[in-house]
Each structure stands twice: as C-alpha cells, then as structure tokens.
Design a protein around this ligand. Sequence first.
Ligand code: ZN
Length: 263
Amino acid sequence: MSRLPILSLLLTIGLSGPSLATDIRPAASTPPTGASAKSPALVEPRLKVKGSGIATRPRVALTFDACMGQADPRIISVLVNERIPATIFVTARWLRKNPETTAIFLQHPDLFELENHGENHIPAVDVPVAIYGIPAAGSPDAVAREVSGGASAMLASGIAAPRWFRGSTAKYDASSIRQIRQMGYRIAGYSVNGDGGSLLGADMAEKRVAGAKDGDVVLAHINQPTHAAGEGVARALLSLKKRGTEFVKLSDAEEIGDNETTR
Ligand SMILES: [Zn+2]
C-alpha cells in the first residue's frame, strides 16, 4: 500500500482538526481556562447579589455544592444551630446516598434552598472536552439529560422544582449557557471560591470564606466530611455571623450574573 493515503490522512487530522473546532464554537469574551488548545471557550461565570450597602451588615449568599459522596456534619450543624440560611446544590447521585441529610434540609425550608447540581456531576458543556479530567456531557442532548435528570431526582425526593442550576466544575460554553437558560434556569456562578474544590487546608478555607464582602456569593462544598477544608468553612460561618452578616438564599436576593447567566 502506498504511503500517500496515510500521509494525507495525517495532514487532514493535523490541519483541519483544530480549525474545525474553532469554526463550530465562536470564542466567548473570556479566554479559555483549564482547557486544551482544541477546546471550546469555557467560561466560569461570576455571580453576586445586591449588597446591603450597610458596612455593619454585609449581605452574603452562601452556596454549597453536594456533588456526590457524603454530607459534612461540621458545616450542616453550624447552619442549623446558628440558623444561617444557605443554598445547596444537589446532584441525583448525592440525593440517592444521603436521604437523612436531605430530610434535615427539607425540615428547615426557612434555612435551606435546594437547587440543581445535575444528575451525574458531569460538566454541562455541549462539546467533548475534559475539565479537570472530568469528561463533559459532550452534546446538547447530554447537557439536557444532566440538567433534567438532576431536577427529576429532586422532585422524586420531595424537593421543590429547582430554579437555579450549577454544573459540575461551574464551567460552561456560551451555547450550553443559552441552552440551560432556555430550560428555564438561572445559572449560579459565584464570586468567592471558598474552599478550592474542598481541597484547601482548614485555615485557608476559613480565611477565604470569612473574607466574604457585601454582595458576595460564596461557593464551598458540603459533601467532604473527611477534608480539612470543611472545618475551616464551619469556623468562618461563625465569624461571619458574629460580624453581623445578613445571609441570603439565592432566590431571596437580587442577583447579578455575567455571561448572560441570570438575565
Ligand atoms: Zn460539584
């Protein structure tokens, strides 16, 4: 067999592959992060709530992701005992394993708003790409399944229909943002990365969360009871409360999200 077909095949892959990828997905305003050269432009949207404007009473929205695995009693006990409201993003996967904690959340509707973190914790990006090593949904159909599968599991667990969605890794491309918005959701970004994906040490997580300012939306995790970060997050909640912080759930606040995630 001639070597020519193989050579032309290699040339085709090498030359048209990357340009095709660029052609399908127009670049968004934010440069790609954590993605290879062939990936679509991913954005990690920022979300804030309208601040109180009162220095002694800063308004902060706490959001916790329950990705999979377990529940963190260090954080949950502080939220319940100190009566601190928060928005919890749950996956179908997490709900299946944590009915007792789900019941605690449902027993305190004044404190906890439960929202959609997807069915299987798959990044809600509609082209094949891996984010932090996690393969994304990869197609619009798979994004739709991830979003609606999360919502169905919530309804089956007796939770009210979600109005907010936050995908695994909190990254999207412009077309998946449009798609999820068309499904009726606002997309929950954040403005303070409280625990570095639950991987920070306790002191650093405490410093980050306790540093939340008027209007901040804090993202931390409530599913890693064995990680040191949760201990720091729990301590920070107490110091925020002591400082006079007004805690709001996402649906109780006027929110401002970029990348067309909320309006
Ligand atoms: Zn997650």
